[in-house]
Ligand binder design. Structure first.
Ligand SMILES: CCCCCCCCCCCCCCCC(=O)OC[C@@H](O)COP(=O)(O)O
Length: 267
């Protein structure tokens, strides 16, 4: 019998639990006090198996998105319905939870290194590094680590791999889905970019409407569905398909204003 129980990545579980509880205590007010996170779909979480679940989400801040999900997931498993009231849900948190993160982000200081112990599967992005476009090979150990984490529990991923909205979905996510065949649960978050700084550590604005919607698992034919199909399904599910892009460009706004001027003439 080993002295400390570890997960498949060698992390000592009681340290992981201590970190989740401490960071959870510090961050709770960011979703419950300075802001009031609106949640939908916590019942979906209660109906999931304990392993082989992949959460796909749009991405707004480096750290606050995942922290909010850790709160919501644990609260749901302790019977809260669409709220994270009474932080007692962190007494025995779910420990087999992981998230996929950019290695460079998780190495960028002491705090991210502590966050990494909470469950980072750190990967080297193939197309972006240090804010620049690059092109490098997928690291096979990154793929197998994701498989290892799915075998052990729940994994959160941001298929766009960047916090810039409406960037394309990386095909890698679809390959992971076809390879490991997890249950895929979409999540859509909003208001995080407005209420936190880019990293999600500082509070930028209070009383912003933050929301998190957990959707029913996707229907996927793992064997026969082409990667491109899965990519498109993800785009719609996390509301990052170009058709959701309703922001007008300055030219379009000008055009509309000119049209309004003309309308005035006729009225
Ligand atoms: C109960 C609460 C427990 C709190 C636990 C704390 C968990 C800390 C979570 C850290 C999550 C880190 C996720 C990182 C995802 C990521 O890697 O984002 C950055 C990149 O895309 C780079 O984006 P960009 O610079 O926009 O290209």
């Amino acid at each position: 019998m080993p002295l400390f129980k570890r997960n498949p990545f060698g992390h000592i579980l009681f340290i992981k639990r201590f970190l989740i509880q401490t960071l959870g205590l510090i961050s709770h007010g960011r979703y419950r006090k300075f802001n009031d996170l609106q949640i939908e779909g916590m019942d979906v979480l209660r109906n999931l198996p304990d392993q082989k679940v992949l959460f796909i989400s749009n991405h707004q801040t480096y750290f606050a998105d995942v922290a909010a999900m850790f709160h919501v997931f644990n609260a749901a498993l302790k019977g809260r319905d669409d709220n994270i009231r009474n932080i007692g849900y962190l007494w025995k948190p779910k420990l087999n939870m992981y998230y996929i993160a950019a290695g460079e982000t998780m190495r960028s200081g002491l705090l991210p290194k502590i966050f990494a112990y909470v469950g980072s599967i750190s990967v080297e992005r193939t197309w972006r590094s240090a804010g620049k476009d690059i092109n490098r090979q997928v690291k096979m150990s990154d793929i197998s680590n994701i498989g290892k984490a799915l075998d052990d529990g729940w994994v959160i991923t941001f298929p766009q791999g960047t916090t810039t909205p409406f960037k394309p979905i990386r095909r890698g996510t679809a390959h992971i889905i076809k390879t490991y065949k997890p249950i895929v649960v979409p999540i859509v978050i909003d208001g995080f970019r407005r209420s936190f700084d880019k990293k999600g550590l500082l509070i930028k604005k209070r009383n912003v409407l933050q929301s998190m919607v957990i959707k029913e698992p996707l229907d996927i034919d793992y064997e026969n569905e082409p990667v491109a199909n899965i990519v498109e399904k993800i785009e719609y599910a996390i509301e990052q398909h170009p058709s959701f892009l309703k922001v007008l460009t300055p030219e379009q706004i000008k055009e509309q204003e000119e049209l309004n001027e003309k309308r005035k003439f006729w009225s």
